[in-house]
Design a protein around this ligand. Structure first.
Ligand code: DP6
Length: 324
């Protein structure tokens, strides 16, 4: 049977940065994200006795060995659950600039988890889907749900308690996320590699672990009260802290480009002029700017004027996975 699913990407407000188990994608800290409506992956999966290998086509192009290996490894988990041994064809359409800090792996593995299990007739709950998606890419476990989602790190060694939990659905708080694209090139250090190096070599990583839980509590309080300013402040400091841990790694990791700094200065200037806007940056050079919908136009105009900004994509809170 063939099945198609769509998943939106998400932007972490409190970052996942570090694994305690690389095989199961178990994190060293809990994180929190907002699922967005602008970047998504639509994936069709069909398992077939005719196939002699898994096949992967992304945006019409047969994918590289590395990507296929990652998908096959994931499909092996699905095959184990369903107790089948047939190969699958996976056709994926991404409207996310791949590997440029836009968490394309989050929407990709959330969509793949949903489509592959559905195509085998498995009826998984959202919790089960989240646990499964996590084993393809950690941040994918949050994209199963819409709106604000917490990924509870869990304590168990088998990862059964490490999954996403929706805190607020996408229709409960109207916010705008403007993604300022300063580079659509593939990043040189993947998130997996970047976090591993940071955990293993950065003297600043302890500071991250000592404080990230408090950031999470603070942001949850801000969401509960719909306190936009506080939400923005906590989000911004958490992102800068994560990038700070990487600067201490050996060799250091710096994802930023000159355009990244231009956008950060622009956000500071907007705030000084009385427009509340805040930024966050994932493992890449692009910057996501959070603002209120009523300021969306002004903030977008200001971002577009910055040197190095190729384009600005407007997003709003988005839904969790859907089947097409
Ligand atoms: C900086 O989920 O892409 O975007 O689990 O190794 O696939 P893997 O990493 P990934 O890392 C995301 C890192 C981040 C922060 C976040 O999304 O929480």
């Amino acid at each position: 049977m063939k099945a198609t699913a769509r998943a939106n990407t998400n932007i972490a407000l409190i970052k996942y940065w570090g694994k305690r188990d690389e095989e199961l994608f178990l994190p060293t800290n809990s994180s929190l994200s907002l699922t967005l409506d602008g970047f998504y992956t639509t994936t069709t999966v069909e398992f077939s006795k005719e196939l002699i290998n898994d096949e992967l086509i992304i945006n019409g192009v047969r994918s590289s060995d590395k990507e296929l290996l990652r998908v096959s490894r994931f499909l092996n988990i699905v095959r184990r659950i369903a107790e089948v041994d047939t190969y699958a064809s996976v056709i994926s359409e991404n409207n996310v600039p791949i590997a440029a800090g836009f968490a394309s792996s989050a929407s990709a593995f959330a969509a793949l988890a949903a489509a592959s299990t559905k195509s085998l007739g498995l009826e998984l709950s959202k919790d089960e889907l989240s646990i499964l998606a996590r084993q393809g890419s950690g941040s994918a476990c949050r994209s199963i749900y819409g709106g604000f989602v917490e990924w509870k790190m869990g304590k168990r060694d088998d990862g059964k308690d490490s999954k996403g939990k929706q805190l607020l659905s996408e229709d409960k708080w109207g916010l705008t996320v403007l993604s300022a694209v300063v580079s659509s090139e593939r990043k040189k250090v993947s998130s997996s590699e970047g976090m591993k190096r940071t955990v293993e070599t950065s003297p600043f990583y302890k500071g991250w672990l000592d404080t990230v839980h408090d950031d999470l509590l603070d942001i949850k309080a801000a969401i509960k009260k719909r306190d936009f300013i506080y939400l923005g402040e906590v989000m911004e400091r958490n992102a800068l802290k994560m990038h700070g841990t990487m600067l201490g790694a050996r060799p250091p990791i710096l994802y930023w480009e000159s355009g990244t700094i231009e956008v950060i200065s622009c956000v500071y200037k907007l705030r000084n002029s009385g427009i509340p806007a805040f930024f966050t940056i994932d493992a890449g050079a692009n910057v996501k700017v959070l603002c209120l919908p009523e300021e969306e136009y002004k903030v977008r105009e200001a971002l577009m004027e910055q040197k190095g900004v190729e384009r600005v994509i407007t997003c709003h809170p988005g839904r969790g996975i859907t089947y097409l």
